[in-house]
Design a protein around this ligand. Structure first.
Ligand SMILES: [Zn+2]
Length: 276
């Protein structure tokens, strides 16, 4: 993955993304996987990747469609039965049960109007929203931005090819009635800056829907380094209910919804609604 010495020098070494403490003198944690270093902050306990690819590296070299494919191959090799079973369960939920939690939360908590999907991937979420939501997306991967553009522009939407923090500057104040951070905050090397940048583009009555892997899930405790939430180097922040709560409140948001069922430890993910 890191093809040369220059690549190794280009990655960023960062402090704790929750409290800003420098943990460079602390040893790598047990979930590190060469060359990626996972640490638990000595001050606040937050678990994060210390060395992360830069935004330009995420456009192509470490683009999600490449890294996730490699990770899936790796898992298929190490736990073939488990990987296949989880794929079948996912398809069953999506195709047979027609579960669309994000769509359900959008209809329930977000007023019709402009809606932004940060890290919109192939654009499938935006494409499937009801007609009274006008879709916008930001995507850092060159290939995925192209794919989502084809899907979303058909219904009058706009896709910005940029990293999330720069991409937000394309929009005016109070432009959005809702923002989706679905499977995104765990990828962002500066999640606090991102949340603060999103604040002004939200309408007063707007909400942000967050979905992230739950580092406190029982599955992570049981499966350890084989937990599906570990993705190298894609996932750079490992939130627990406590650290997610702290991050959003430090950034000035209030919690609209975060019930026990939303961070139920039997699930690998947790969901939260935050508001201005
Ligand atoms: Zn910290």
């Amino acid at each position: 993955m890191l093809e040369s010495i220059q690549d190794r020098e280009r990655i960023i070494f960062r402090a704790c993304s929750l409290c800003g403490s420098d943990n460079s003198n602390c040893p790598p944690g047990i979930y590190s996987q060469v060359p990626w270093i996972i640490k638990s902050c000595s001050k606040c306990g937050f678990t994060y990747m210390e060395n992360v690819p830069t935004y330009p590296m995420l456009e192509s070299q470490f683009a999600w469609e490449k890294t996730s494919l490699e990770e899936n191959h790796k898992r298929l090799k190490s736990c073939p039965l488990l990987k296949r079973m989880s794929g079948v369960i996912k398809q069953f939920r999506r195709r047979i049960l027609k579960r669309d939690k994000i769509g359900k939360w959008v209809k329930h908590y977000i007023q019709p109007g402009n809606i932004l999907d940060v890290g919109c991937g192939t654009g499938h979420v935006l494409e499937n929203l009801p007609e009274n939501y006008h879709p916008y997306g930001i995507e850092i991967s060159k290939n995925l931005a192209k794919l989502s553009r084809e899907r979303v522009e058909r219904r009058g939407g706009i896709i910005v090819h940029a990293n999330a923090i720069d991409g937000i500057t394309s929009f005016s104040q109070e432009f959005f009635s809702g923002i989706l951070l679905s499977s995104f905050l765990e990828h962002e090397s500066d999640p606090g800056k991102l949340l603060r940048t999103l604040y002004p583009v939200l309408r007063k009555d707007a909400g942000i829907i967050i979905k992230v892997p739950n580092y406190s899930s029982w599955n992570r405790k049981f499966r350890g380094s084989n937990w599906c939430g570990f993705r190298y180097p894609d996932h750079v922040n490992y939130f627990t209910p406590h650290t997610l709560n702290k991050l959003v409140q430090d950034c000035g948001y209030r919690i609209g919804r975060f019930n026990f069922i939303d961070y139920f430890p039997l699930s690998d993910n947790m969901w939260m609604l935050i508001q201005k």
